[in-house]
Design a protein around this ligand. Structure first.
Ligand code: CA
Length: 228
């Protein structure tokens, strides 16, 4: 082998090693990107802290379901109508799963005020939160862009949801620091879990692709229950 040929062989080998190295780096980086996109979702990095969050069912149930919802979002209203009652009957009332609600404020002022309504009810009468939640979604008009969330509306819905509601206390609570902090906490969770659409439903840390696919919801929950 001549010196020149040896040299070019060496070059080819080095080039090959370099290309393989480069491809490996890209694959690793690419996978890392994919992993970080699902880090807080499919990984079982522990459950979300639902302390001070309205939670239906047994807080220590083996399956934790979290709904990220916005009172002004029409799909959330649909989820509340169609999926929530089934889920409650099949898994929450049985003690297999808990359901927590986290506010999402994707529709501006209305979302913020409605969230405060929910948090105020939760402060004053935690057991009435889920009735308020359902009743407020029911108030969402056909045209969800309408400015339908007002203080009067919240008072009316709260009155229908909370037994012997102290109206003045509720109004005070709406603008209290405690309620504002609770809403801020939820906004932080929305960011932390990378929530980009509503409703987003998470089961034991795994975000569902389609929160309306009840069969899929069932299979994810059943799988989690089997693992316990
Ligand atoms: Ca909250």
């Amino acid at each position: 082998m001549g010196e020149q040929k040896k040299g070019s062989m060496k070059f080819i080998v080095l080039l090959t090693v370099f290309v393989i190295g480069l491809v490996t780096v890209f694959v690793v980086l690419d996978n890392r990107g994919k992993q970080s996109a699902v880090t807080d979702t499919t990984s079982n990095q522990g459950l979300m802290s639902t302390e001070n969050q309205p939670t239906l069912g047994d807080k220590d149930a083996p399956v934790q379901i979290v709904e990220f919802g916005d009172y002004k979002c029409p799909s959330c209203k649909a989820w509340s109508d169609q999926i929530y009652p089934q889920l409650k009957e099949d898994y929450i009332d049985t003690g297999d799963a808990s359901l927590s609600f986290i506010n999402v404020l994707f529709h501006g002022q209305g979302s913020a005020l409605a969230s405060k309504g929910g948090e105020a009810v939760y402060q004053l009468a935690p057991e009435a939160f889920w009735d308020f939640n359902k009743n407020l979604f029911e108030e969402q008009p056909e045209n969800h862009d309408e400015q339908w969330v007002t203080e009067d509306k919240l008072v009316q819905v709260a009155k229908n949801s909370v037994e012997n509601l102290d109206e003045e206390k509720f109004k005070e609570s709406l603008s209290s620091d405690l309620v504002e902090e609770a809403v801020n906490t939820d906004e932080g969770l929305v960011e932390q879990y990378g929530v980009e659409q509503t409703p987003t439903v998470m089961i034991n840390g795994q975000i569902l692709e389609n929160p309306f696919d009840y069969e899929k919801i069932k299979s994810v929950i059943d799988e989690e229950l089997e693992d316990k």
